[in-house]
Design a protein around this ligand. Structure first.
Ligand code: FAD
Length: 405
């Protein structure tokens, strides 16, 4: 065999040395066993893939098993059973989960409807709210979604029109929330409403709202471009809730919702990079396996350069993510840096997926191939949780300072 025809072994994408704590390393080792021995077979047994989502009963099984194994509550405050991990550890754990390729990835830590949705609210919640909302979510018995976006309030989240009007011991809620992750299978929602008496004044307040209250309806009839249907609208029509469901102070709704926006922005990066790693690994394997002109396509320099660029950009994005995570752990504000990470990781991950499709040729175009799905899924991250343009606005504002605010 000459150099042109020698098969190229399928390599895993290079993984730099582990930078987290020993506790996180152990956590990931146990997660690896859980995902390989339980979640992969469970998905196979029930025909679940990333586009054919699991029914609520099966999700509940995953949430509860993850809870029993000590994973589900990882993000909670330590007093509620959280792991007390640094941002670096948290990012590494999430990256590992998404790089596993499991369709249950968003459910292992309960990112759509579990503990990450309520951890920060635990500080604001009354003892009654802890019992009725936070603890059932932490115990994986109930699911909760988080609703800010509306048909007329997207990037401009302060322009909310959903109204909460006080009536004795109750509030009456009217309005529509749009694109709410997890709403099709939630039991409760955190709804951010306008409570201003003067429409010219932006005043927002947060409320816990139970799904079974009259006047609460979920419209779940659409799918995202990634083929998933776990996003829906919440329509509130004269929905009455006890005043005791108000979270924190009146007027602090958005502040409460966006209070951890810097850390949250950064913590979207490991999901994108875990998925981008999958795209790279699939491409390496395909380049070694697929033969054209009598040789593996990985022997062509044009294909090698695609792979080299994918690996290089993944390494750069990962270094930025971990650098910002370290800054946050050191107590730095890092607002601009977290936006840089969200911007760079989402744009880079999509470019990696695009190249992965190119390496796969026709295979990468056909629905059902993983890189085709990753391409559509990673496209969405450039819009979710603050579009790339909004991240650039934040970065520029921080760079320019008060002069242009
Ligand atoms: C799958 C999915 C899940 C979601 N989950 C949730 C959820 O759980 N809870 C929730 O509350 N929301 C959720 N969202 C909503 C999401 O946060 C918004 O879609 C996002 O913030 C963008 O808002 P928009 O879609 O209204 O776009 P728009 O704000 O209408 O933006 C349209 C375009 O205009 C640009 N633009 C807008 N303003 C500016 C500006 N000032 N400067 C420059 N460019 C600008 C944008 O960058 C974009 O390119 C979800 C969305 C999706 C698609």
């Amino acid at each position: 065999m000459d150099a042109m025809t020698t098969p190229i072994p399928a390599l895993r994408a290079p993984m730099p040395p582990f930078e987290g704590s020993d506790a996180a390393r152990d956590f990931i080792a146990r997660l690896d066993t859980f995902i390989r021995d339980e979640l992969h077979p469970l998905a196979q047994q029930h025909g679940i893939d990333s586009e054919n989502g699991a029914p609520r009963a099966l999700l509940e099984q995953v949430w509860k098993r993850s809870r029993d194994l000590g994973f589900y509550g990882m993000t909670l405050p330590k007093a509620l059973g959280g792991a007390g991990f640094s941002v670096v550890d948290h990012a590494l754990v999430k990256e590992f989960i998404y790089a596993s390729g499991s369709p249950f990835a968003p459910h292992v830590l309960g990112e759509l409807t579990g503990p990450p949705r309520v951890g920060a609210l635990a500080r604001q919640a009354t003892p009654d709210q802890m019992e009725r909302f936070i603890l059932p979510v932490a115990r994986a018995e109930k699911a909760i979604c988080f609703a800010i976006t509306e048909p007329e309030a997207g990037s401009d989240a302060g322009a909310l029109q959903t109204r909460a009007v006080r009536d004795g011991d109750e509030f009456v809620l009217d309005g529509t929330k749009r694109f709410i992750s997890g709403s099709p299978f939630c039991d409760f929602a955190v709804i951010i409403c306008s409570t201003s008496d003067d429409p010219a004044l932006r005043e927002t307040t947060a409320f816990f709202v139970e799904r079974d209250r009259p006047g609460f309806r979920v419209e779940a009839g659409y799918k995202t471009m990634a083929g998933q249907s776990h996003t829906g609208n919440i329509v509130l029509t004269g929905c009455r809730i006890p005043a005791a469901n108000q979270i924190g102070e009146r007027g602090r709704g958005l502040a409460l919702a966006l209070g951890r926006i810097t850390v949250n922005r950064l913590l979207h990066c490991p999901a994108m990079l875990g998925l981008a790693r999958l795209a790279l690994e699939d491409s390496l394997a395909h380049a070694a396996r697929r033969r054209q002109f009598g040789q593996p396509i990985g022997a062509f320099q044009a294909v090698q350069h695609l792979l080299a660029d994918m690996a290089t950009e993944l390494a750069a994005a990962r270094a930025l993510m971990l650098g910002v995570a370290r800054s946050l752990d050191a107590g730095t504000d890092a607002r601009a840096e977290a936006s840089m990470a969200k911007l760079f990781c989402s744009e880079t991950a999509f470019r990696i997926a695009d190249r992965a499709v190119q390496v796969h040729g026709g295979e990468g175009i056909v629905q059902g191939s993983r890189v085709e799905f990753l391409f559509r899924l990673l496209r969405m991250y450039r819009v979710l949780t603050g579009t790339s343009e909004i991240q650039r606005n934040t970065i520029a504002r921080e760079l320019l300072g008060p002069a242009v605010r």
